[in-house]
Design a protein around this ligand. Sequence first.
Ligand SMILES: NC(=O)C1=CN([C@@H]2O[C@H](COP(=O)(O)OP(=O)(O)OC[C@H]3O[C@@H](n4cnc5c(N)ncnc54)[C@H](OP(=O)(O)O)[C@@H]3O)[C@@H](O)[C@H]2O)C=CC1
Ligand SMILES: N[C@@H](CC=O)C(=O)O
Ligand code: NA
Length: 433
Amino acid sequence: MKKRLNIGILGLGTVGSGVLHILKEHQEKISQVTGYTMGIKTALVRQIEKHQNQTDIHLTTDVETILKDPEIHIIVEVMGSIEPAKDYILQALKQGKHVVTANKDLIALHGNELTQVAKENHCDLYYEASVAGGIPILRALVDSLAADNIKKVMGIVNGTTNFMLTKMAKNGLSYEAVLAEAQALGFAEADPTNDVDGIDAARKMVILSRLAFGMNLPLSAISTGGIRSVTATDIQIAHQLGYTIKLIGAAEEQNGTIHGMVGPMLLPNEHPLSGVNNENNAVFVTGSSVGETMFYGPGAGELPTATSVVSDLITVAKNIRMHTTGDGFSHYQHETKLTAKEDIQAKYYLRLNMTDQTGTFLKLTQLFAAHQIGFEQIIQQPFDQNSAMVIIITHQGSKEQLDQAIAGLESDSDMVLKARFDVLEESICTKDY
Ligand SMILES: NC(=O)C1=CN([C@@H]2O[C@H](COP(=O)(O)OP(=O)(O)OC[C@H]3O[C@@H](n4cnc5c(N)ncnc54)[C@H](OP(=O)(O)O)[C@@H]3O)[C@@H](O)[C@H]2O)C=CC1
Ligand SMILES: N[C@@H](CC=O)C(=O)O
Ligand code: NA
């Protein structure tokens, strides 16, 4: 008879319920692949009554029941937030229990510390579900692409905002209506602020950068914007100009330095990321040898996310069988150096309201010319009796110069900046996809 590996699960919400389902439905395959039978022994929840009809596994509100149980070998943390999740994981690792988590907030902010404690205690710590839900992107970076030098990781890594932008673009629905739908479908975080303000995506870029470049890109160094400022007007105008607006996270290596951003970005309609819709995610990875690769799939939701969690459980089980636990997700480390702002190239979409009087346009062009920034496209439309709406797509230039020109624009009372988004400009835009 096969030996049993017992799991203690912390949280039985969207992802936790999915883990329960997959372990039950796919148990025959999992047992063949690992050589063990695996099952959940106890689940930690806040309110037992809420879950009594959902499952016949043992429910508890006392984490000690799980952490002190010598028969529990692996902890799955799918409760979210930093505390008490961090404390529970640390306690589990120190007691020799392996940990699988979907918690990107925790891994982005405290991943290095947790990895160190896992190593010291010869325990596994895996977190594939923390980035791009059901897409096996972290394993692809640390295993399949281990031979290459990764130059750039760019993608749609937040399902909620991609779902919202897709519905706003295709169905003309309001921001509030689409957010409520994403929450009802279980993609959005309990508090969706981090989703819509780009913070969730920025945290995922921290994790991706750590594994792709071996560098610790600090969250504070990622220029981060969300989708609150994206209006139906921007989506329509971008479309007329040949672009699709997506919330993009990007991190790029440049001569041994790294820089990252998260924000709404105009992508050429023919770019593969432009066709990634709804809650799907995609990560576009450029390696110096492999060239361009794209990993696509569901970025959130019960079963896709749980698939990644259970795959991590399978890896832990295999490691237990081969006595190789505690080896870590990746050994790759490189000194972290941030790219100087003057070395970062950018290109912007700007929407502004401008006093409709002779000379204001000239002031605008002079302002940008003074910073060596040219305009690629300009549209001007009447806005109201006294002002015009102006849309500009700049040429590519130094981010520092662009930001200085924009600071000048913002200090001029004749011009009010309403939106500023990045525009993708690189060789791939000219490729024939
Ligand atoms: N939803 C998704 O699509 C994805 C989520 N993730 C991540 O997975 C994790 C879980 O997300 P999700 O399943 O959506 O979250 P939910 O809010 O749906 O579920 C959270 C679960 O944790 C329990 N819980 C929370 N806090 C405590 C606490 N202090 N003590 C005991 N139990 C607690 C809740 O108990 P109760 O039910 O009693 O309230 C609930 O069962 C998060 O880190 C999230 O960021 C990652 C990728 C995708
Ligand atoms: N709220 C997140 C869930 C997955 O990480 C998202 O929408 O992507
Ligand atoms: Na993943």
